[in-house]
Design a binder for this molecule. Structure first.
Ligand code: HSE
Length: 433
């Protein structure tokens, strides 16, 4: 039965994503009505600059008073695409208090305060959906929250930031250095004028926190995620990865500990073998590799940013929330029953690729090997190359077996103290094997 009274939607933010949401709501109105079982009406659009021309949006819907809009009382769904912590947080909680469900694309807010938002949604019997907060158009939150709800996810390995993947891909394919590749990403509009959130890994860390929380049914906040950006990655690191049959990616890695008693979440550059499916993720694409007990290995791939892809995820949530509203139901809320603690980076089991400049004389290799042994770190391969410059130095590349990150970083610190080690040229973790 088709309901004729429309479901009312308040749109908070009408930038790149919001304007696409409004456009699709208009152009696909008949299909959305048929799929939901009732018409969906854009009831108000809160913006910062009301004078800006907005094609296809009735000017009468535009307001600068977002708070008054969410307090109206007749709004069924608030779509929040303004981002940032405040006023988004206050608007979302007020929306719940006034009877609306919320669709949000706000990764920073969800990673910081997801538990409180979920609690507010539950208290008021409303939905909180946020597919667009992680990896744009790629269905990931819903598959983890719903499709895999009967399985046990053990590991997530993802490329969840398109800007940094573009930069690393350019470095890999052209041999460019980081700055040159960043300049190209900026010129092409992939990197923002201030690229900090992307290149320092904050954006990916927020997504890692959200994914880890959902996957392991526990609470993981942004501060729990170990984060390293890619600003230190050099052309030499990429060349070294190539020699090992690897490429470098900025990975978000969420893992359940082997004993099942804790989880970890981290973002850092890592070498992965070219044979790994994530190695073939090029340009600004995102991909997330999920390992679960029963499902085995799954990979989700697609555009992780941009107005239309992100709007696609928002619209999918909007349809789901509207269907729930009509059915008098709510979708899944927060599932944090395992209460698994988040372990520090030192507990993570990984491998290091370490490139050292050493004195080229008898006994140096033995000295270096002793440091690894003292830290309980087993060496997998060693490659030494004498320099032709007559300076009595050699490059030593050591790849370790798997060991706790604390032991690996302790090894590097001890190596730095050796007189015969002139410098640590690069350190990178090796993942995906
Ligand atoms: N800036 C992000 C990226 C998109 O480059 O993937 C929004 O999270």
């Amino acid at each position: 039965m088709m309901r004729t009274r429309p479901l009312k939607v308040a749109l908070l933010g009408c930038g790149v994503v919001g304007s696409e949401v409004a456009r699709i709501m208009t152009t696909h109105a008949d299909d959305l009505t048929a799929r939901i079982g009732a018409p969906v009406e854009l009831a108000g659009v809160a913006v910062r600059r009301p004078s800006k021309a907005r094609e296809g949006i009735d000017p009468a819907l535009i307001t600068t008073d977002a708070m008054a809009l969410v307090k109206r009382g007749d709004i069924d769904v608030v779509v929040e695409v303004i981002g940032g912590i405040e006023p988004a947080r206050a608007l979302i909680t007020t929306a719940f208090e006034h009877g609306a469900s919320v669709v949000s694309a706000n990764k920073a807010l969800l990673a910081k305060d997801g538990a409180a938002l979920h609690a507010a949604a539950q208290e008021h019997g409303r939905d909180l959906y946020y597919e667009a907060a992680v990896a744009g158009a790629i269905p990931l939150v819903r598959p983890l929250r719903e499709s895999l709800a009967g399985d046990k996810v053990n590991r997530i390995l993802g490329i969840v930031n398109g800007t940094t993947n573009f930069i690393l891909d350019k470095m890999d394919t052209t041999g460019a250095g980081y700055s040159e590749a960043l300049d190209e990403a900026t010129a092409l509009g992939y990197a923002e004028a201030d690229p900090t959130a992307d290149v320092e890994g904050f954006d990916a860390a927020a997504k890692a926190a959200i994914l880890a929380g959902i996957a392991f049914h526990t609470r993981v906040r942004l501060d729990d995620v170990h984060r390293e950006g890619l600003t230190e990655v050099t052309a030499a690191d990429i060349a070294s990865a190539k020699r090992m049959g690897c490429t470098v990616k900025l990975l978000a890695i969420c893992e359940r500990a082997a004993d099942g008693k804790s989880v970890t979440a981290r973002v850092h550059p890592a070498m992965i073998p070219l044979s790994h499916p994530l190695a073939s993720v090029r340009e600004a694409y995102n991909a997330v590799f999920v390992e679960a007990d029963a499902a085995g290995q799954l990979m989700f791939y697609g555009p992780g940013a941009g107005g239309s892809p992100t709007a696609s995820a928002v619209l999918g949530d909007l349809v789901a929330v509207c269907r729930n509203t009509l059915g008098g139901a709510t979708g899944p809320g927060e599932s944090a029953y395992t209460r698994l603690p988040v372990s520090p980076m030192g507990d993570v089991i990984t491998r290091y690729h370490i490139s050292l400049d050493v004195a080229d004389k008898p006994g140096v290799l033995a000295q270096v090997a002793t440091v690894f042994a003292e830290q309980g770190v087993s060496i997998d391969t060693v490659r030494q190359q004498g320099r032709q410059d007559g300076g009595g130095e050699a490059s030593l590349v050591v790849v370790t077996h798997r060991a706790p990150d604390a032991a690996l970083s302790g090894t590097v610190e001890a190596l730095r103290k050796l007189d015969t080690v002139r410098g640590v040229a690069s350190i990178m973790r090796v993942e995906g094997e």
